[in-house]
Design a protein around this ligand. Structure first.
Ligand code: NAP
Length: 258
């Protein structure tokens, strides 16, 4: 019996990477999934391969969420996955001393405003039936300080805390609407490609990047997707307000990534 049979799900940032893997796993488990992303071309192709609809949605845009609520007024599962590091256009200072306010705000707009808006949409789309699952993709960076990526770390810490507020708010309303955050370590997705690069020493660079991870390898997007399937399913009916790490053991010790 598929674990998400009959569930209607929405995944943000689903064109590629972890979001695409979550959408794929949900479909495999019998769910109907609307894939959303800011990148319409890649998103359309990913959705078409799964036989599911795509909707262009910038998670930082309140207008986009309002328009989306009109076409999808009810849902069972929302995965707020879309996120950026702030380094997409190249290296810029993101440390607490020299980061530019505009760069800080750009990261917050997607990572934190996006999750706030996604949770607000989800509550509205779930409260009629009084049940549902909201899964917010934070990061291991939301649990430790990251001096060179301070905006990213602060935004992901905000995602962790807001998930708990949402969980408590929904429980307080008497709804079985659960909200949890997931905290991946280094997961091999296009987000990492600019850092890793090509060439003969690619493997060596990858090994260096995960040298402080106890399992000494990158995680796979499919491994994060498996955790999302659990949280989306009715098997997780008693899990809410939780923060779940999936990081090869990184945060079990003291070897936090600098
Ligand atoms: P990814 O490969 O960069 O994919 C992210 C997707 O989100 C891209 O398709 C991107 O589109 C889209 N996106 C960016 N801004 C958006 C916006 N404003 N609205 C809607 N979609 C937007 O990233 P990933 O590695 O799969 O990461 C997914 C999530 O996991 C992120 O929240 C990330 O912070 C978190 N995470 C990742 C790792 C990791 O090691 N990969 C670790 C911890 C947490 P464009 O390509 O057009 O930008």
């Amino acid at each position: 019996m598929p674990r998400l049979s009959g569930k209607h799900c929405v995944v943000t940032g689903a064109a590629r990477g972890i979001g695409a893997a979550i959408a794929r796993a949900f479909v495999t488990e019998g769910a109907q999934v609307i894939l959303t992303d800011i990148d319409a071309a890649t998103g359309e192709a990913t959705a078409a391969a799964l036989g599911m609809p795509f909707h262009r949605l910038d998670v930082a845009s309140e207008a986009d969420w309002q328009a989306f609520a009109e076409i999808c007024p009810e849902t069972d599962v929302v995965v707020n996955n879309a996120g950026i590091t702030g380094f997409e256009a190249g290296p810029v200072p993101h440390d607490p001393e020299t980061a530019a306010l505009a760069d800080w705000r750009a990261v917050m707009a997607v990572n934190l405003d996006g999750v706030f808006l996604g949770c607000r949409y989800a509550i509205g789309a779930m409260k009629g039936r009084g049940t549902g699952s909201i899964i917010n993709n934070s990061s291991h960076s939301g649990l430790v300080g990251i001096p060179a990526a301070a905006a990213y770390a602060a935004s992901k810490a905000g995602v962790r805390n807001h998930s708990k507020s949402v969980a408590l708010y929904c429980a307080g309303q008497g709804w079985a609407i659960r909200c949890n955050s997931i905290h991946p370590g280094a997961i091999l997705t296009p987000m990492w490609e600019a850092v890793i690069g090509d060439g003969p020493d690619r493997e060596a660079r990858m090994a260096r990047l995960v040298a402080d991870t106890p399992l000494r390898r990158f995680g796979a997007p499919e491994e994060v997707a498996a955790l999302a399937v659990l949280l989306a399913s009715d098997e997780a009916g008693y899990i809410t307000g939780a923060e779940l790490t999936i990081d090869g053991g990184l945060l079990a010790g003291t070897a936090a990534r600098p």
